[in-house]
Design a protein around this ligand. Structure first.
Ligand SMILES: [Zn+2]
Length: 199
């Protein structure tokens, strides 16, 4: 027996989420059918319909915000002279929530695929360079995944930004203190090389 078409349509929608397979999608739709009342379903549908209408992407930092001017690009933040480069808007909100970073952000939108350099076209590097110059940024901090893609992106950006007079740093990079190089994993080591500083 097949599921009713209305059920199947919903399952297909939920299956679009990254990391949600068919089985999980079916469980979510059953959850709605069995536990949600009509008001909750209406609220969910309404929230989805208005999701994109209630959000804009800041042309400067590329963060998803409620409205412009973007709070992450406020003059007060620009005074810090530091710019944090991240992969997604979600990272910006996570870093901002720590309360430790007073500067501005730039969302790359993707990480570089190390095998074929795919992703460069989505990063809008010219816009990033213009901002670094215009805002007189003194330090660019890379807050990217500890992965091959994150490492490749940092290496690539370092090369791209080397002509600009600013310090480049990366969060949590480097060989652990006391570790012998032969026992350090490849990812940590490549980051340590990539992030090494001129003495
Ligand atoms: Zn902004």
């Amino acid at each position: 027996m097949r599921y009713p078409p209305a059920f199947d349509r919903c399952v297909s929608c939920f299956s679009r989420f990254q990391g949600i397979g068919r089985k999980t999608a079916e469980r979510l739709v059953f959850d709605i059918l069995t536990r949600w009342d009509e008001a909750a379903v209406q609220e969910f549908a309404h929230a989805l319909l208005h999701l994109t209408k209630g959000i804009v992407i800041c042309p400067d930092c590329r963060v998803h915000v409620e409205s412009l001017p973007c709070p992450f690009c406020a003059e007060e933040r620009k005074k810090a002279g530091a710019l944090c480069v991240v992969a997604t808007s979600k990272d910006v909100y996570a870093i901002d929530a720590t309360g430790h970073f007073p500067g501005t952000f730039f969302v790359l939108g993707t990480l570089l695929s190390p095998l074929d350099n795919r992703g460069v076209e989505r990063m809008e590097l010219e816009r990033l360079k213009q901002r670094i110059v215009k805002e007189e940024i003194k330090e660019a901090i890379f807050a990217l995944d500890s992965s091959l893609e994150g490492d490749a992106t940092v290496c690539f950006m370092k090369e791209e930004l080397k002509a600009l007079p600013l310090k480049l740093t990366r969060l949590a990079a480097g060989v652990p203190v006391g570790a012998t190089l032969e026992f350090v994993d490849r990812g940590t080591l490549s980051r340590a090389f990539c992030g090494r500083q001129t003495l």
